[in-house]
Design a protein around this ligand. Structure first.
Ligand SMILES: NC(=O)c1ccc[n+]([C@@H]2O[C@H](COP(=O)([O-])OP(=O)(O)OC[C@H]3O[C@@H](n4cnc5c(N)ncnc54)[C@H](O)[C@@H]3O)[C@@H](O)[C@H]2O)c1
Length: 381
């Protein structure tokens, strides 16, 4: 079986998550290629220590140019702060490697455009990370919508909610500072996760009104003082999309770092005239489907889902999946698509979807600044 060799740049939170998934690759059933982690780069020597326990890794380096020019690497997964995305993603592509880049795939619209143009002009396979849609419940939402069973779509709601920033004593880090995270703030952090399924289903906002909030603006700097934490904490985007009908459909998108009590809640809800479907990772197994019952007594039905993932593994069908499995499924989608073996299954965020997401985030900044709704076409390239 063919082996694809992967290098990771950025050995922090997400680099380790990726390494963990590559280490379990043999658990995928009938998967078309073997994927092996061979190289890891992090600026921080200490971050590299953890990777020494992985036997397949033969290159550990603090210099990313060594990794991207290594003969031992075919594909790079990169998870570094957002201000580094543009230059590093472009260099990876120019070095002849394919790319799975972490979101937001460029600190802003212009950076994303430059990365995307480079990938396209060089003909490289490049995708952006977004794992939450790979939960079985999220996949079932996609299936329900595509089946047409919902009738005419009435309304769509999607969101991603975090509460970890509720603690004002949490020290500042790059994710809370615009210079490293981007002017789009929480939208760059959580937005692509929220938009992945809507964009894939063709629900691209045409008009939006944004409410952005900066609530906690100073945090301990870890050295006894306080530092600016100047990113947007929360974003609520009220948008309009079109589906099959002529009438626009309201779609509300929430991205929040200050959502009381929410640990890592990703959800999507779609309401139609003849059916509805809801899924939230807060209740990982539960898929809720609405039965309009031909106008008689209406009901929401809960179905407990098991391990019905797009890329089957050795795990039993009744067992519950979590974040590591969703992340591994996303990686499986990336490498399957790269081999031309996606076979109709759900794929990672495409370059067009990255571009659409950044246009939406830019429109949101404009909307908030001018306190008015914005036609996305005015920011689209
Ligand atoms: N998909 C997800 O669910 C998810 C979750 C969290 C973060 N992310 C994304 O992943 C990326 C990284 O986030 P993280 O949480 O892993 O951050 P992190 O701070 O935990 O890790 C980033 C790592 O990059 C390293 N680094 C910085 N500059 C470098 C350079 N020039 N060369 C090599 N290494 C360098 C740092 O030393 C650090 O170890 C961001 O784009 C973020 O938005 C995605």
């Amino acid at each position: 079986m063919k082996t694809v060799r992967v290098g990771i740049i950025g050995g922090g939170l997400m680099g380790k998550e990726a390494a963990s998934a590559f280490g379990r690759w043999f658990t995928l059933n009938n998967y078309p290629v073997k994927v092996q982690l061979t190289a890891v780069c992090d600026l921080n020597e200490q971050a590299l220590e953890w990777y020494k326990q992985i036997e397949t890794v033969s290159l550990l380096t603090t210099d990313y140019t060594t990794l991207i020019h290594s003969e031992q690497v075919d594909v790079v997964y990169i998870a570094v702060p957002h201000h580094l995305h543009k230059s590093m993603y472009i260099e990876i592509l120019q070095a002849g490697k394919d790319l799975l880049g972490e979101k937001p795939f460029g600190i802003d619209l212009k950076a994303a455009e430059e990365i995307i143009n480079t990938a396209k002009s060089l003909g490289r396979f490049a995708r952006c990370s977004s794992e939450m849609p790979f939960f079985p419940g999220a996949q079932r939402v996609v299936e329900e919508v595509k089946s047409g069973r919902l009738g005419r779509i009435i309304e769509i709601k999607a969101g991603f909610l975090h509460a970890s920033d509720m603690n004002p004593q949490k020290p500042v880090n790059w994710k809370r500072q615009s210079a490293y995270c981007g002017q789009i703030g929480v939208m760059g952090d959580l937005g692509i996760h929220v938009l992945h399924i809507p964009l894939r289903l063709g629900w691209r906002p045409e008009i939006l009104f944004a409410q952005l909030q900066k609530i906690i603006t100073k945090r301990p700097d870890g050295k006894g003082g306080m530092a600016d934490a100047d990113t947007w904490n929360n974003a609520i985007l009220t948008t309009q999309v079109h589906s099959d009908g002529d009438e626009p459909i309201p779609m509300t998108l929430e991205m929040k770092r200050l959502a009381p009590g929410e640990t890592n809640t990703w959800y999507i809800e779609v309401y139609g005239t003849e059916g509805g479907v809801k899924y939230s990772t807060k209740d990982t197994k539960a898929l809720w489907t609405f039965n309009w019952n031909q106008g008689n007594e209406q009901s929401w039905q809960r179905t407990d889902l098991g391990f019905q993932v797009p890329f089957p593994t050795i795990t039993g069908g009744i067992f519950e999946p979590g974040f590591p499995e969703a992340f591994m499924q996303m990686l499986a989608a990336f490498f399957a698509e790269r081999e031309g073996k996606l076979d109709g299954r759900f794929g990672c965020v495409t370059l067009e979807e990255v571009l659409a997401s950044h246009e939406i985030f830019d429109a949101a900044l404009l909307s908030h600044q001018d306190r008015k709704s914005v036609d996305i076409q005015t920011v689209a390239s």
